[in-house]
Design a protein around this ligand. Structure first.
Ligand code: RNT
Ligand code: ZN
Length: 410
């Protein structure tokens, strides 16, 4: 008997069908962020990264051009199992001598990305970029009291809706367009309501533009604080959740965007009860919103468990969001995305009967079962899944070779 067959029978004894688990995982799409490849720099401006987010490290070999980023995406995606979508930011527009500012971006500036995605049979998700730009005034965009600034960013939002619809039309896959603004204050504000009222008005103005709601899902991402914006964040959790629910858009939770003892895994069930769809940015905050590479750790597993146990794989838009510049970026990318899929498989390999133990108040059995599952032969099922997806298990040599042959020449 090979290792998979043996593991399959061990799981069967626990009441788990490994074939069902693998087959379910094969249908799950993860939206992979493009910005791990170049430290969130993009191609449309020479501005430093702003918005209270930060990449740290200067590992050699980051992508400097669209061609390099596309090559790196190809390499990284070839080592990630299962279905993927490409998640782009507006700052990754590709200009051929036809530069346009953020408020004048058009679908044609993303034609090369569309060709890239179509050749690979992938959909594209999108993000307006409300940072790293001279029109971010005093750390404010859509909530700015300066009408010229606010209007500029509203136009950017509307331009991005059109581009999102273009992605959906071209690829045949609906586009998730995520709105996140960095707006906030370093120190105690005198007026907390005003900025939020302006943000609300700006969102209303963006969403008043016509777009096909079957093709574009607008999500709104909240945040608790940013670097230099420690005291007040306009797009707080309460703001974003209330706005999303009231206006029929989708709330997005990034698990780096809460106080350290707050867990997104505990929030998913509540949001599922009140929203048709929800969205996630899966990341790893280390003491702050540091965007470390996602590991196969307890919270990632717990997030996956909440999606699977609540039968919500088709209701949750799962995207990755991390940026580590201190290690090989391809490895960072691949390791994080593989861990998201791993966590989902781990969740799919838990028996449905655990719920009944809870309802029967048999917490003794529940604890023992949950603990036993931790040492079940998960690795053998994971390797079988990789083999069926045609992805190698041992990816480090591939990455080392790419570093030696490609990245080190940059
Ligand atoms: C920032 C948010 C946001 C960004 C990306 C680049 O804290 O998490 O999602 O990481 O848009
Ligand atoms: Zn995020």
């Amino acid at each position: 008997m090979n290792r998979y067959e043996e593991a399959k029978s061990i799981y069967a004894a626990l009441g788990v069908n490994t074939e069902d688990a693998i087959n379910k995982l094969r249908d799950v799409t993860v939206s992979v962020h493009c910005w791990q490849g170049d430290d969130v720099i993009g191609f449309d401006s020479k501005e430093a990264l702003s918005g209270g987010i930060q990449t740290t490290g200067n590992y050699p070999g980051k992508a400097r051009t669209p061609e390099e980023l596309m090559a790196d995406i190809d390499k990284a995606f070839s080592l990630m199992p299962g279905k993927k979508k490409l998640n782009l930011h507006a700052s990754y527009a590709i200009f051929d001598g036809d530069y346009a500012d953020r408020d004048a971006l058009e679908p044609k500036h993303f034609a090369k990305w569309v060709a890239f995605a179509k050749e690979r049979g992938m959909g594209i998700d999108f993000n307006p970029t409300f940072f790293s730009h001279p029109m971010v005034k005093d750390n404010l965009t859509l909530s700015s009291p300066d009408e010229e600034v606010r209007a500029f960013w509203v136009r950017h939002g509307v331009a991005c809706l059109k581009i999102s619809e273009y992605f959906a039309n071209e690829t045949g896959v609906p586009c998730v367009m995520n709105i996140w603004i960095p707006d906030g204050y370093k120190d105690i504000p005198a007026d907390r309501l005003g900025p939020r009222a302006r943000f609300k008005k700006s969102l209303d103005e963006i969403l008043a533009a016509p777009y096909d709601k079957e093709k574009v899902y607008v999500t709104l991402e909240s945040k608790v604080f940013g670097i230099g914006l420690e005291s007040y964040t306009v797009g707080s959790a309460e703001f974003c959740l209330s706005y999303s629910t009231k206006n029929g858009i989708t709330p997005l939770m990034d698990n780096g965007h809460y106080h350290p003892t707050e867990m997104v895994s505990d929030k998913i069930s509540s949001l599922l009860l009140f929203n048709e769809k929800i969205a996630l940015h899966v990341t790893r905050p280390v003491r702050w919103d540091s965007d470390h590479v996602v590991l196969f750790d307890d919270e990632t597993k717990e997030i996956a468990k909440e999606i699977v146990r609540n039968d919500a794989l088709d209701r949750v838009f799962i995207a990755t969001d991390y940026f580590d510049a201190s290690i090989n970026r391809i490895s960072a990318w691949v390791t994080g995305v593989r861990n998201v899929k791993k966590a989902l498989l781990f969740a799919l390999l838990q028996p449905a009967s655990l719920k009944a133990l809870q309802d029967a108040s048999d917490f003794t059995s529940l604890m023992v079962c949950q603990e036993e599952l931790k040492t079940a032969p998960f690795g053998d099922i994971w390797n079988e899944y990789l083999a069926r997806e045609g992805v190698i298990a041992d990816y480090l040599p591939e990455i080392k070779a790419y570093e030696a042959n490609v990245l080190s020449n940059r």
